[in-house]
Design a binder for this molecule. Structure first.
Ligand SMILES: [Fe+2]
Length: 504
């Protein structure tokens, strides 16, 4: 079937009428799906014939536009199982979120959208296996930290080529800076359009530029995603209602956070809608009886960073009342551990979890924006690991690949290992990086629970089965030019009931 016949077919099916065809394709931002369940998934697109329109509305006329969608068992849409129509509205940035239900568990589907005689590309998605089942392994890839200026999004393309069943994005999907402010060590390879993102129009405009990237579109079209935000999706190192960058006064940070939350919703395949300032992102994605992903929000409910943030000695970081998750999310997480019957309980979260002392000797210098700045809350989470069979922590933010053992007492290497942390490197942030360990033997001696480090850009591919999780740290030799091949820099296995990383 030719593309033209396909378009005609969709138009006839949905009675959109060929006469209404606009000249310019409105599907320039691709398609996405997310938050799968055993019987449904969210389908997403956003109309923008001119993605770089400064008002953030992508060149759309200021009226509602009807969009039709269909979901099929096969890539050629011979067996369509669901179809419908939805309005793309100016007040939602012309985004479309379709919550499809009534599907079969553990099955692959294909979807596409049409409007005004234009047809979107086809996306592939899937439902999760039926609750309790563990028959098929899960291939999950996770990524974070894609600063547009710092490199080409080749890692997203390579991730798509791995054909994962599920993708987790752990934050810093986009960065707020204006051109020239945050430059990669070897210089920026391309530039963002527009000012630092502060208003809703700014954030919409920035998302549209990112989403025009073909490699990113390929990753979205390959699998359902489950996403959480980190700091740069709003502003560098924000904490709850606090934002304290002395160089940029923020008289109305709550309004900025509300704008960022609205734009995040509009651009992600998620169910949760923001209510002003608040966007509930913590949630669970179950994968049969095999894996439960507890997706966390470590930004929105946290206390301000202690000792004015940064990497330094800070006794205040140990205060028992300090919270990273907030009381409600913490309770929700610990309840989730207690009631879990999954083989693997996985935290999909943003900032470095394990203790990481940056300086040799008795003085501890830790990153106060990470869990080290919220040590008592981390202790409560680690204590909760005792009620699950296997605890695995996935991390973004740090722009390098790390593997670590989560210890019951960090300063006692002989203490029990309670879980395993896998930190993914960035898609681009930091530029090309290097193979060379900047860390010395003294540094590893200071942090004996940290087992692996690599400073290339990429993502992590995991394969969950009942007996083990295989972890492949996938890396690219460069992001400053397009088209780098990917290779596995290191592989580890986590065995059932044996936390820690075994080299393969
Ligand atoms: Fe980042």
């Amino acid at each position: 079937m030719t593309r033209r016949a396909l378009i005609t077919g969709v138009v006839a099916l949905t009675a959109l009428g060929a006469g209404s065809a606009r000249v310019v394709d409105p599907f320039t931002l691709g398609v996405a799906s997310g938050d799968p369940t055993p019987d449904g998934v969210v389908l997403w697109t956003r109309l923008a014939p001119y993605p770089l329109a400064e008002n953030g509305l992508g060149g759309m006329p200021s009226r509602v536009v009807e969009v039709s969608w269909e979901l099929a068992r096969d890539e050629r849409f011979r067996h369509v199982v669901r179809r419908g129509r939805q309005w793309a509205r100016p007040e939602s940035g012309f985004s479309v979120h379709v919550e499809v239900g009534g599907l079969e568990p553990g099955r692959e589907y294909f979807y596409r959208f049409a409007t005004g005689g234009h047809l979107s590309r086809t996306g592939r998605t899937r439902t999760t296996p039926a609750p309790g089942t563990m028959t098929t392994p899960l291939t999950m890839a996770f990524a974070s930290c894609a600063q547009y200026e710092h490199g080409y999004f080749t890692a997203y393309r390579r991730l798509a080529e791995d054909e994962p069943d599920l993708v987790l994005h752990l934050g810093d999907y986009q960065y707020e800076y204006r051109k020239g402010v945050h430059v990669a060590p070897n210089g920026n390879v391309r530039e963002v359009d527009g000012p630092e993102t502060v208003t809703l129009a700014d954030y919409r405009h920035r998302y549209a530029q990112y989403k025009s990237d073909a490699d990113l579109q390929a990753a979205h079209a390959a699998a359902p995603w489950a996403v959480v935000w980190d700091d740069h999706d709003v502003a560098d190192n924000w904490a709850g209602s606090h934002y304290s960058k002395p160089e940029i006064p923020q008289p109305d940070f709550p309004a900025r956070r509300a704008a960022a939350a609205q734009a995040y919703y509009e651009n992600m395949p998620i169910r949760s809608k923001p209510r002003g300032f608040d966007l509930r992102l913590y949630r669970r994605v179950g994968w049969g009886g095999l894996t439960t992903f507890h997706m966390l929000d470590t930004r929105q409910y946290r206390d301000d960073q202690p000792c004015g943030d940064g990497i330094k000695p800070c006794p205040e970081r140990l205060e028992p009342t300090r919270t990273m998750l907030g009381a409600e999310q913490e309770r929700w997480l610990l309840d989730g551990f207690r009631t879990s019957s999954a083989r693997w309980d996985v935290l999909g979260q943003q900032v470095f979890f394990s203790q990481y002392d940056h300086t040799p000797g008795p003085v501890q210098e830790t990153n106060l924006d990470a869990w080290d700045g919220y040590a008592a809350d981390r202790d409560r989470v680690v204590a909760g690991f005792s009620s699950v069979r296997n605890a695995v922590v996935l991390t973004g933010d740090v722009h390098a690949a790390w593997g670590a053992e989560v210890k019951e007492r960090w300063d006692d290497p002989a203490s029990r290992t309670a879980g395993t942390e896998i930190a993914g490197t960035s898609i681009t942030s930091g530029g090309d990086g290097s193979e060379v360990y900047p860390e010395t033997p003294e540094w590893f001696a200071e942090n004996p629970h940290i087992k692996y480090f690599n400073n290339r850009r990429g993502y992590v591919r995991t394969r969950f089965s009942p007996d083990e999780v295989r972890v492949d740290f996938r890396g690219l030799d460069h992001v400053s030019r397009p088209g780098a091949p990917v290779s596995t820099k290191a592989s580890f296995v986590i065995e059932d009931r044996v936390p820690g990383l075994n080299p393969v």
